[in-house]
Structure formats: structure tokens, C-alpha cells
Design a protein around this ligand. Structure first.
Ligand code: PRX
Length: 659
């Protein structure tokens, strides 16, 4: 793989690999660690046996009779014949085992002092009520339910209520637009949407319900909308469709008997960006997913459910929220914090206040957040008592060594191991990560595959590269929480993940990586047209389609340019239609808002350049590498494969005055 494809310059790479700081696990943590070195060998000797042991952490109504059915790859079945209920495992089981009074969720609203605590017993009652209410609205086993919510306890309750009924949920991030919601609802055929009037963000009530109303004008699938009242803001109401949560759920019985479902019963569909314009509905099923989420959460964070207080700052609208805020932590019966708002409201240091107040011991967040705290300086966290912390996690994008060391030193007081966890929406669970009681941490490296997982870095032919070399990140063996398919599109599932190394039968992750001289993995970033902005996945094509849907735009090309704060930033190049003239003074702002309206605020380009031409090869393919050079203010690279090599001069002249 060339550096051009991975988007990483040779210089950055060699700087990274010169990193020689090492951090040993703290002796006390190592002595009591959930997993020790021996787990790697044990799992390698009997991988299926190892995963069966992990599945035993769950409560099964019927035990499986086969661990893995890989007879028809790439379609895996795990714990074949087993039956269980995911919600029972996340809630009822803890109550049945006498832990009903333990706090499940310390919920912290954005307005200061707006807080709520739910024990496992209370969670069980609410989930049962919500399941009864959904059943009353006609939701049955197998029916899809869309959830479009802020970070409030009802969101978790809604997900678990769906799981309890065997109704796969699809959670759509609250920052996505009505269009994005409608297309996801349409794709998976959800007839019921659960939403709220709004939520709090940066000190103000932001609305959600109007987007659902608008989505209903774009798809005719939605039959009922269940609305949680969070902010009390005005909402428009359709008596035939809209139902208040407090009426329907509030009046429902707290008695609900969970039914056991097949281990392969669909649990949820999570949409994520791919290389084409249409988001992919990643399907996760019940037994394998829950096993993977629960085991990794326990092992990688060295979780002691009786004493730890855990906090994952991710939004439930992403896979991290699914696996490490809902299913993993609740299956393990830990006490956790859930926070509604932004890190800097009402003031910088809000996160550290929360850690201090609840004595959070395990904290999981993203490098982009860490970098923004670094900018604010260490005085703010230094003025809080963060001594409860014992393990820190990072996810979503490569963590640069400086951010890793700052996180460990300033937030973790120099005591805490940092687990840099590599995984994806598709993998459902963390696959490459240090183990806090075992690994000698290297800032910037996700280290090696966890026990039970076979990852490697291979070249174009699928051959494992020697230590010290780079290539593509692959997974060589199936794992329990792997995606089962793309909703409604088995062919796309095969083409996207399993065709690149078909002969070898490897899963192609879409990431470039390098093995250092010790064989440890450094994930470098995507090798396809997927961008990673603040740890969120965005597709270049999806944003290009949004841009060309604007009447003034003739053509558009989008690239991810390196950005100090967000990892990558969206940069767009557009050619306007002749009749649009120069587009008018506000054309750039108009187009940025158009993208926001089409997809959501996270997709809004940082920069839009109006250009007369786009660089294309003779076969008409846009050469994004050259556009990335422009976006990153670099000298433009080799232009010899362009159909017209003067185009780059035109673009550079045109872009010099761009915003
Ligand atoms: O490029 C990798 C990057 O995020 C991608 C997966 O994005 P998504 O499905 O949205 O899931 C994000 C949360 C799991 C990967 O293909 N990525 C994720 N974690 C890391 C990472 N890159 C480097 N290091 C990581 N720890």
C-alpha cells in the first residue's frame, strides 16, 4: 500500500515509529487483573472453546449446541441453537441475582443539577413498561423500530425494550437530518419511531421532533411516533400518529415476561458510511454480539462490576454507545455515568466535575476530545480530584502519542494505563487493544489483537508483511460480534468486506496499518473514500451527492484533509452550473448549510472551494490525492496521469481566494 492511499506521509510514519516511551501496567492492577498473559495462548490453542467460555458469562435459556457455524462463509452463525434474551441479560438477571438496588445509571443532564439515578430494579420496571407500550403499538418480534433521541435514560430504556421484544432497533444519531433519518427508516422498514421533543445542547433546548415530522413527509413507512417529553418545548402533534411516552409507557404494566430468541436473531441495525453514497445497515445479532461486547468490556477495561464506576462519553447514536454504554456495561452489571451534553457547558471542566462527583474509575473517550482538552491547558483538570480513575480508554481514530501521554499524565495522574482500542461498527466489539494488566503500552499503538481474535497486516496479495512494514489490516478468523450482513444486501456485504482477499477468506477492514519491529500494530487510517472526522465516519461520496443535489452545483469532489483538532476535516471542491454564474457572495455558506440540511451538522464541510475544473484521469476518475494536496496547502504531486495536466493550475488559481 502506498502512503498516498493511507493518507499518511512517510515522515509522519517514521516519527510515529520512533516513539520509544513505554508504560508498564501498574503492579497492583496487574496482580488483580481480569485477564493475564496466559489468555492469549489459551485462546490460540482453542479459539472456539475460549469463546464458549465467554458466552457462559451470559444467561441462556437454551444452551447452544455448536459454537461456530462457518460452513457458508462469510455468513457466520455463533452459538448455534442457543436461545437468550438480551434485555434479560442486561437488566432482569442482575435483579434476579440480588443486585436490584445497585445503581445502573447515574444520568447527568446538561443543565447543572438535572440528574437522575436508576437502579437495576428501576431499569427493569421501565424497560418492561416500555416493552408493554411498544407491544400495544403493534410492535412484534422482528419488526424494526427507529430511535432518534438525545442522551437521556429513555434512550437506553427504548433500546432494551426493543431487544426484549426481539424487535431490532436502529438508532439514528440525533445530529442527523430529517433526510438521513428518512432514508434509514426507509431502508430498514421501521414503522415506529421513538423520539423526544428535544434535548439540551450548549445551554439551549435543541429540537428533534420536527425532524421526525419532516421525515414523515419523505417516507410513508412511519405509522407511530412515540415522543418523550424532555425539554417541554412546543411540538406539532398528529393525533393519529403521535403518542406521548409518559402516557403510553407511564401507564403500562411493569410486568413483562421476556421471551428467549435464537442466538442469531437480529438485535439491531446500525447505519454507517461506506464508499458509496448510500449508508450501509450493519446487522448485529444477539448471542455472539452480546458475548463479544460483554467480554471485551470486562477484559479490556479490567472491569470489577462491584466497585467500578464506568463512563463512556460516546453518544448512543454510534456503535461505541451501543457496545460500551448499553450492551457491554449493562450485561456486566456495572454502575455507569451517562451524560447528556457537551464537555464545556456551562463551563470548561464539566467532564472533570462529573468524574470527581461520581468517582469515575474507568473512562472511555475519543482522541478528538482529548486534543481539545489539551488546548485548554492542564489547569482545568488539575483543579479537580481525578484520583478515582484507574483505566482510561481511547477509540475512534488513531491517538497521537502526545495526546496519549497527556491523557495518561494529566487526566490519569500518571497511574492509569491507556487502552487504545481499535474496532469498527462492523466488528461490534474491540478487536485490537492493549490489556491494562498485561501490556507494556506504547503511545500511538493499538498493540495486538485481543485473545480469541486473529488480526494481521498484509500486502496486496494477502501475504502477511514482516515486522517493520505496512499494509492492509485484516481479520483472519470470524469473531462472535462480527456483522452478519448488510441489511437487505448480502451481495454488498460480500463485495465490501470479503472480496478484496477472497482467496484467503480474510475480512478487509478498510484501514491501513503498520507492524513495528516488535510486531505491534499502528493503525494509520482508512485506505478507501471514507473520512474520519472527530472519530465519526463520513463518506466522501455521500457528501458529494448532497452537494450535487443543490441546484447551483454541477459537480463536486470531497476529500478528508488532515486537521489538528478533528483528525480529518471535510474539504469540498465544487464546479457551479453555468446558469449559477459565480454563485453569489454567500455561495460557500449556502452550500455548507445545504450539506448540513441533507446529512447533518457533522458533515458540514470545513472548506468549500469553487473551482472551474476537477482533476480527472483519462478514465474519468477524480484524483483526490491532488485535491488533498491543495486542501492541505502542499505542493501538488505528480500530475502526469491527468487527462489534462493544466487543470491543477486552474484549480490553484481559483482556490487561492477560497474561504
Ligand atoms: O479507521 C478506523 C477508525 O475508525 C474506523 C471505524 O469507524 P466506526 O465504524 O465509526 O467506529 C468507530 C468506533 C469503533 C476504523 O476503520 N478507528 C477506530 N478506532 C481506532 C481507529 N483508528 C485508529 N485507532 C483506533 N483505536
Amino acid at each position: 500500500m502506498s502512503n498516498e492511499e493511507s493518507g499518511t506521509s512517510e515522515q509522519t510514519l517514521s516519527n510515529l515509529l520512533k516513539e520509544d516511551r513505554r508504560f508498564d501496567p501498574p503492579a497492583d492492577l496487574a496482580a488483580e487483573a481480569n485477564l493475564t498473559e496466559e489468555a492469549y495462548a489459551r485462546a490460540a490453542a482453542d479459539r472456539e472453546g475460549f469463546w464458549a467460555e465467554q458466552a457462559d458469562r451470559l444467561s441462556w435459556e437454551t444452551r447452544w449446541d455448536r459454537v461456530l457455524d462457518w460452513d457458508d462463509p462469510p455468513f457466520a452463525k455463533w452459538f448455534v441453537g442457543g436461545r437468550l434474551n438480551a434485555a434479560y441479560n442486561c437488566v432482569d438477571r442482575h435483579v434476579d441475582e440480588g443486585r436490584g438496588d445497585q445503581v445502573a445509571i447515574h444520568w447527568v443532564g446538561e443543565p447543572v443539577d438535572d440528574e437522575r439515578t436508576l437502579t437495576y430494579a428501576q431499569l427493569k420496571d421501565e424497560v418492561s413498561q416500555a416493552a408493554n407500550a411498544l407491544a400495544e403499538l403493534g410492535v412484534g418480534t422482528g419488526d424494526r423500530v427507529a430511535i432518534y433521541m438525545p442522551m437521556i435514560p429513555e434512550t437506553v430504556v427504548a433500546m432494551l425494550a426493543c431487544a426484549r421484544l426481539g424487535a431490532p432497533h436502529t438508532v439514528v444519531f440525533g445530529g442527523f437530518s430529517a433526510d438521513a433519518l428518512a432514508s434509514r427508516v426507509d431502508d430498514c422498514g421501521a414503522e415506529v419511531v421513538i423520539t423526544s421533543d428535544g434535548g439540551y445542547r450548549r445551554g439551549a433546548a435543541s429540537s428533534l421532533k420536527p425532524a421526525v415530522d419532516e421525515a414523515r413527509t419523505k417516507t410513508d413507512k412511519i405509522r407511530k411516533v412515540l415522543v418523550v417529553q424532555r425539554t417541554g418545548q412546543d411540538v406539532t402533534w398528529d393525533d393519529d400518529v403521535d403518542v406521548w411516552w409518559h402516557d403510553a409507557v407511564g401507564s403500562a404494566s411493569t410486568e413483562h415476561t421476556p421471551e428467549a430468541f435464537d442466538s442469531e436473531h437480529p438485535l439491531f441495525v446500525m447505519y454507517t458510511s461506506g464508499t458509496t453514497g448510500k449508508p450501509k445497515g450493519i446487522l448485529h445479532t444477539t448471542g455472539g454480539y452480546l458475548t463479544g461486547a460483554a467480554f471485551t468490556h470486562w477484559a479490556i477495561f479490567d472491569l470489577k462490576p462491584e466497585t467500578d464506576v464506568y463512563w463512556c462519553s460516546a453518544d448512543v447514536g454510534w456503535i461505541t454507545g451501543h457496545s460500551y454504554l448499553v450492551y457491554g456495561p449493562l450485561a456486566n452489571g456495572v454502575t455507569q455515568v451517562m451524560y447528556e451534553g457537551t464537555p464545556d457547558h456551562p463551563a470548561k471542566g464539566r467532564w472533570w466535575d462529573i468524574i470527581e462527583k461520581y468517582k469515575v474509575s474507568i473512562f472511555y473517550t475519543a482522541p478528538t476530545a482529548i486534543r481539545s482538552f489539551m488546548k485548554q491547558g492542564r489547569e482545568i483538570p488539575d483543579s479537580r480530584d481525578l484520583s478515582s480513575l484507574r483505566v482510561l480508554g481511547s477509540v475512534g481514530e488513531p491517538i497521537n502519542p502526545e495526546a496519549y501521554v497527556w491523557y495518561r499524565e494529566v487526566i490519569g495522574g500518571g497511574r492509569t494505563p491507556v487502552v487504545d482500542t481499535w474496532w469498527q461498527t462492523e466488528t461490534g466489539m474491540i478487536l485490537i487493544s492493549p490489556l491494562p494488566g498485561v501490556t507494556r503500552g506504547k503511545p500511538g499503538s493499538a498493540m495486538i489483537a485481543i485473545p480469541g481474535v486473529e488480526a494481521d497486516v498484509v500486502d496486496d496479495e494477502g501475504t502477511s508483511v514482516p515486522d517493520g512494514s505496512g499494509g492492509y489490516l485484516v481479520l483472519k478468523e470470524p469473531w462472535p460480534a462480527m456483522l452478519r450482513t448488510i441489511w437487505g444486501d448480502d451481495q454488498r456485504f460480500k463485495d465490501t468486506y470479503w472480496s478484496r482477499f477472497k482467496k484467503q477468506g480474510f475480512y478487509f477492514a478498510g484501514d491501513g496499518a503498520k507492524k513495528d519491529d516488535d510486531g505491534d500494530v499502528w493503525v494509520l487510517g482508512r485506505v478507501d473514500d471514507v473520512m474520519n472526522v472527530s472519530g465519526h465516519r463520513l463518506s466522501t461520496t455521500e457528501i458529494e451527492s448532497a452537494l450535487v443535489s443543490h441546484p447551483k452545483v454541477a459537480e463536486a469532489a470531497v476529500v478528508g484533509a488532515t486537521d489538528e483538532d478533528t483528525g480529518q476535516a471535510v474539504c469540498a471542491f465544487v464546479i457551479l452550473r453555468d446558469e449559477a454564474g459565480d454563485g453569489g457572495e454567500d455561495i460557500v455558506e449556502e452550500l455548507r448549510n445545504h450539506v448540513r440540511q441533507q446529512i447533518g451538522a457533522i458533515a458540514k464541510p470545513r472548506q468549500i472551494m469553487v473551482v472551474p475544473e476537477l482533476p480527472k484521469t483519462r478514465s474519468g476518475k477524480i484524483m483526490r490525492r491532488l485535491l488533498r494536496d491543495v486542501a492541505e496547502n502542499r505542493e501538488v504531486g505528480d500530475v502526469t496521469t491527468l487527462a489534462d495536466s493544466t487543470v491543477m493550475d486552474l484549480i490553484q488559481q481559483g482556490s487561492s481566494g477560497a474561504k
